[in-house]
Design a protein around this ligand. Structure first.
Ligand code: HEC
Ligand code: HEC
Length: 319
């Protein structure tokens, strides 16, 4: 529990202030008694509420997930290949050390992209240099599907992504790929999340987004092909809707920023124009996409995956 200090401090402060207000109310002069006494009491109440909320926040991080499945992944060449595709086109958006490159050596603090100082959320190194070297295949499956680490703590950022919607086979393919990697980069350490007091209070007060629901049972995927059906599946685990809105017709104020534009625009583009936009960051009108659009990882999808995504976008009902 790396946040123990963040919580211990306000609790100590609240105890000191309680003592101070009791002292103040014992003062002889009414003005001192009531002036100091009410300020100290008010502060005590505020800090006590903050401490209680922060403790509630800490409790919400305790995910108590079920046990990890016992699972050994064979790692056939095809599986490793599919895992590589998913890692490049999706996971590397956060787990690559640098926005511009593929790879999973981690180290970037996603907390820096949040609108408030909620904490540090370092994307861990997923190569054998990082903590996964000590994890079982079942532990990794549980982290991707249930967003829980082997110690039972909720993986906060992972729980806001749609990675849980990867099919069982694709999740195993990703694990096979992770197991095929060579050590790279530096060890990012054991507990990647560290909330600030503000983050814990907001978590305890239910002011942060809830974890995405976890699909129950076995998750299957349609056959991997450049089809609309496969595109729909890709969009179920990719996070396009988090920014571009539920119907992909544009983000709405009130969602987590950034707001993405209406993707119905793709309907007038050819496939080559769509692929070029995702791979160069420049759309057919010559507009350069800002950094908020993760076009680099999306552009690292395979040709078939991009084609499937295009088929889905150009056939979705207009809204
Ligand atoms: C939006 C950014 C983002 C995406 C996309 C993402 N991750 Fe993560 N991941 C994180 C962060 C940040 C953490 C640290 C814990 C947390 O806050 O969830 C993490 C933690 C993990 C962990 C736990 C490792 C540990 O040491 O605790 C695993 C395993 C993992 N991710 C695998 C994946 C895989 C596989 C994918 C793609 C299928 C993926 N992640 C996609 C950001 C992301
Ligand atoms: C983190 C938020 C975010 C995610 C996730 C995201 N986008 Fe975007 N996207 C944006 C923003 C913001 C823009 C506008 C960028 C600009 O114009 O500078 C954008 C722009 C685009 C454009 C260009 C539109 C135009 O008219 O030029 C396309 C196409 C697009 N996104 C497709 C996708 C697809 C497909 C996915 C999922 C695979 C996706 N985006 C995921 C935020 C996001």
């Amino acid at each position: 529990m790396p946040e123990i200090l963040e919580i211990a401090l306000p609790i100590m402060l609240a105890s000191l202030l309680t003592y101070a207000s009791l002292r103040a109310f014992r003062q002889k002069r009414a003005i001192v008694r009531w002036g100091l006494g009410s300020v100290a009491t008010l502060l005590t109440v505020i800090i006590t509420i903050a401490s209680v909320l922060a403790l509630a926040g800490l409790a919400r991080l305790d995910a108590h997930g079920g046990p990890a499945a016992s699972l050994t992944i064979a790692g056939a060449a095809e599986q490793v290949h599919r895992g590589h595709e998913i890692a490049d086109g999706f996971c590397s958006g956060c787990h690559a050390p640098d926005d511009a490159v593929a790879g999973l050596a981690g180290g970037r603090d996603l907390g820096k992209h949040l609108p408030l100082p909620l904490g540090t959320f370092v994307a861990p190194n997923l190569t054998p240099t990082g903590p996964l070297a000590e994890w079982s295949d079942g532990d990794i499956f549980r982290a991707i599907r249930d967003d829980v680490d082997p110690g039972g703590r909720r993986l906060f950022i992972m729980s806001l992504t749609n990675a849980s919607r990867l099919s069982d086979d694709d999740t195993k393919a990703v694990i096979a790929y992770l197991r095929s990697l060579r050590p790279d980069g530096r060890n990012t350490g054991a507990t990647p999340d560290r909330f600030t007091l503000l983050g814990l209070v907001m978590l305890g007060a239910h002011m942060l987004p809830d974890p995405k629901p976890i699909p129950a049972g076995i998750v299957t995927a349609p056959p991997q092909a450049p089809t609309r059906e496969f595109g729909e599946y890709i969009l179920s685990y990719q996070d396009c809707r988090e920014c571009h809105g539920k119907a992909l017709s544009g983000g709405v104020p009130g969602q987590l920023p950034p707001l993405g534009p209406d993707l119905n625009v793709v309907k007038v583009w050819s496939f080559d124009q769509f692929a070029a936009t995702m791979r160069t960051g420049v759309d057919p009108t010559g507009h350069e996409l800002g950094k908020e659009m993760p076009w680099r990882p999306v552009g690292r999808m395979s040709d078939d995956e991009l084609r499937a995504t295009y088929e889905y976008l150009t056939h979705m009902p207009a809204s």
